[in-house]
Every structure is written in structure tokens, then in C-alpha cells.
Design a protein around this ligand. Structure first.
Ligand code: TRP
Length: 338
């Protein structure tokens, strides 16, 4: 039986952190087992916000790939590639843009939210409004069955499905509607308790070494209701304990929860403990990514090979799309000679 196809991308905004890992990459790694994976670095999507200074995007793209491979993505099993090396995404995006109603894009919640939140960049651009159209092209160009993403991408996925339907409605059945495969909300809090995010500067990265991890863990916010060492703590509302849920063996986690509630373990002690656990968890990945980053040319070649494989399937789709939209000019003559 043919395996189903999963497609997912990661914006090239910098080295990946625990939030990216638990929210996306770990899922991709697990899916490789049963699906044909198309996983890519979305460098054009990074450009929708960083167009004013795109100088870091190429380097970030390589960092993202190194992190993903270090985390277990396997370039033999999955197609790992760079969005901008598969120009078919751009052509499909252009064709989609012809029939995408503006209202659909203006209503996307992430759009409204980012326009409001990001103040230092002018996001009132054509490209930024079209972000989800490009994402739809990324997915539909591979006729993807499943798209593993976090809940925050739900509206983008819905738009991809609506664009597939609209395309099929105008031009005939060509593009299957992809299903969202939402990552079981692995909420990863950042050092300050807000969602872990590069833009908040509260991340722990795969690239962080032991000293860095210790320093960051010591600065973590813990249970705000536990003011003194002998106050009982509340693991269920403590950031730090969320990390135990992700990386600690069950017996350690249960002991910490119990001792915290009884004020037997203090926050400082617990920070040291979580630092050690995180170091043990991340160290093999960090070493592997460091090794990969020593040969950036090799990483680029890996992406070039992956992009060639991706382009084969993308061109197939584009062929049907052009034909459906009456853009296959050869056909004009083929019909006449029949
Ligand atoms: N918008 C996605 C994010 O920010 C990244 C992305 C771009 C993507 N293209 C995609 C995800 C296609 C899934 C499929 O996380």
C-alpha cells in the first residue's frame, strides 16, 4: 500500500528551541515511520516579515536543517528541502492568488494578531497578507494528505483546504484537501513563563551548551505563589514543572511534585535538577548539530538533493494544475491533430 504524504515546514528564523522541538520537529521525526514526509525550511515565509534585512535567512536555514537532522529527521527516509529551491511553490502561489478572495485573508486571525503585535516592521504588505496562500501552495503542490502543525496554524490549514475546494470548483478535481494533524499541545513555557518563542527572547535552544542551559534555568520564573522556601509549591501552575513533564523520567517527576508540595525541595534546587535533566536530554542533539554545522556546504548539498526530489512531485502537480487552468499550450495543437 502506498504511504500517505505528510508535508510540513518551519520558518527560517533562527536555531530551533524546545518549543519548536516539542511542538513540531519531534512529531515529524515520529511520523517518518509511517508516512512519506516532505519537510522543508520555509525561507520565503521568513522573508514575509524579515524583508527589510534578509541577511540572516540563509544562515538560519542551514541552522534549522542541522537542528532537524540532529533531532532525528532522516534525509534518506524523508524529503528534506528548501522552499526557495523548489520554484513550483511560487508558481502555484501566483495561480492561487488570482482567485483568493481578499476577505479570506483579512479574516485570518494570525494576520490580524501579528499586524497588531509586531510594531517594528511594516507588515501592511502584499506578501505578508498572502502568507497563508504561499503556505497553501507549499502543501497542495505535494498533494499532501496530512499536515502536522500546532493549533496556531489551524486557520492557515483551513485556508489551504478552502483554496483546494475553490480550485477544484472552478477547474475540476485536481487537488486533494489536506487534513490537519494537530500536535498534541505540548505547551512549552519559556524562561519567563510566556509561550517559548524566539521573539520573546525566552528560549532554550538545541544549540545551547551546558553552561548556557544552567544559566538560563537559574533565571526561570517558578510558582509565583511560592514566595519563601518553606511555602508549599504548586507544580501544576509552575513553569519549571512543565519542563519536568517533557524531559524527566516519571519517578523523578513524581518525586519532585510531591517534595515541592511539601516544601521539601526548593525552587533553586529544582532549577539545578531540571538543568541537569535538560543537558542530558539535549547534549546528544547539540553535539550532532555542531558536527553538521562544521560542514555547511554539506548541508546545502543535502538540501539541494532533497529539493530535486521534491521538485519531481511538485512538477507533476503543476502539470495537472496548468492543464486544469487551460495553461497547457501544447494541448492546443494536440487537439487539432487528433
Ligand atoms: N506557517 C508555518 C509556521 O509558522 C510554517 C509553514 C510554512 C508551514 N509553510 C508550511 C507549515 C506548510 C506546514 C505546511 O509554523
Amino acid at each position: 500500500m502506498k504511504k500517505k504524504i505528510v508535508v510540513s515546514g518551519m520558518r527560517a528564523t533562527g536555531p530551533i528551541h524546545l518549543g519548536n522541538y516539542f511542538g513540531a520537529v519531534k512529531n515529524w521525526v515520529d511520523l517518518q515511520e509511517h508516512y512519506d514526509g516532505y519537510f522543508f525550511v520555509a525561507d520565503w515565509h521568513a522573508l514575509t516579515t524579515d524583508y527589510g534585512d534578509p541577511s540572516a535567512i540563509a544562515r538560519n536555514s542551514l541552522e534549522v536543517v542541522a537542528d532537524c537532522i540532529a533531532a532525528g529527521l532522516d534525509p534518506e527516509r524523508s524529503v528534506i528541502f528548501l522552499q526557495s529551491l523548489v520554484p513550483a511553490h511560487a508558481e502555484l502561489h501566483l495561480l492561487f492568488s488570482m482567485f483568493t478572495p481578499l476577505g479570506w485573508l483579512e479574516r485570518v486571525p494570525t494576520y490580524k494578531e501579528q499586524i497588531r503585535q509586531i510594531e517594528n516592521k511594516d507588515l501592511a504588505t502584499y506578501g505578508f497578507l498572502g502568507y497563508p496562500v504561499l503556505q497553501a501552495a507549499d502543501i497542495l503542490i505535494y498533494r499532501g494528505d496530512m499536515v502536522p502543525v500546532g493549533e496556531d496554524q489551524a486557520s492557515h490549514l483551513e485556508l489551504s483546504r478552502e483554496l483546494a475546494r475553490r480550485f477544484n470548483g472552478y477547474y475540476g478535481d485536481t487537488l486533494p484537501e489536506p487534513q490537519a494533524l494537530f500536535t498534541p499541545a505540548a505547551k512549552v513555557p519559556g524562561l519567563d513563563g510566556r509561550k517559548m518563542s524566539k521573539s520573546y527572547g525566552n528560549t532554550i535552544n538545541i544549540a545551547d551548551g551546558p553552561d548556557e542551559i544552567r544559566r538560563k534555568c537559574m533565571s526561570m520564573f517558578t510558582d509565583p505563589a511560592r514566595v519563601r522556601r518553606d511555602d508549599p509549591g504548586h507544580p501544576e501552575t509552575c513553569n519549571l514543572f512543565q519542563l519536568h513533564r517533557l524531559v524527566s523520567p516519571p519517578d523523578v517527576r513524581e518525586r519532585v511534585a510531591r517534595e515541592c508540595r511539601l516544601a521539601q525541595i526548593g525552587c533553586v534546587e529544582d532549577k539545578k535538577l531540571i538543568a541537569d535533566l535538560l543537558i542530558a536530554f539535549l547534549e546528544p542533539m547539540r553535539r550532532r548539530r555542531e558536527e553538521l554545522m562544521r560542514d555547511p556546504r554539506g548541508l546545502l548539498e543535502l538540501l539541494q538533493r532533497g529539493s530535486k526530489r521534491a521538485a519531481v512531485r511538485a512538477e507533476e502537480t503543476l502539470g495537472s494544475v496548468r492543464a486544469a487552468m487551460s495553461l497547457d499550450y501544447e494541448r492546443l495543437f494536440a487537439e487539432r491533430t487528433e
